[in-house]
Design a protein around this ligand. Sequence first.
Ligand SMILES: [Zn+2]
Length: 167
Amino acid sequence: MIEKLIQGVRVRFRNGINHVAVGNLTQTLLIVPREHRSLLTQIDVLPPANFGHGPEYAGGGSGVGWPRLSELCFDTHYRPNNFPRNLTLLHEIGHIMENEYDCLSHLAPEHRRVIDNVTIPATAHTTGPTEHYAIAYQQVLSGNPPQAVRDAVYASRAFAGIDAPSP
Ligand SMILES: [Zn+2]
């Protein structure tokens, strides 16, 4: 493992520093609230074989408590939509924030309904309530989500006391 500090977050590369990944992670972490970055123990960049979803897995995981990203999620062929900002990483950070703040169970019913209705892509390896929150978090940080989704995510405990990031 080679480590590099990116926007204050320790990133560990199993196969050496990848400069495309460093640039992409820098751009992505810039839009993550500082309070959320500080909750990330580390980010691991690992070969696709480490994830158990096959040799072409270009996604991530966060079940161990920090984001783990396949090297292929920095490949423009596999993940063109991860540039300029890495949607996979934002999604995994969403999972970690949901877990850290227990966001869903503290949401007001009207916000909870909005999150529960965020669509999970057919290609997702994970389902369940927290998957909806992770997708909503990623949408809010990276793009132009429906206003109701934006309102619901900002109303969640992960954003208490945090200024809404500018897209
Ligand atoms: Zn997920």
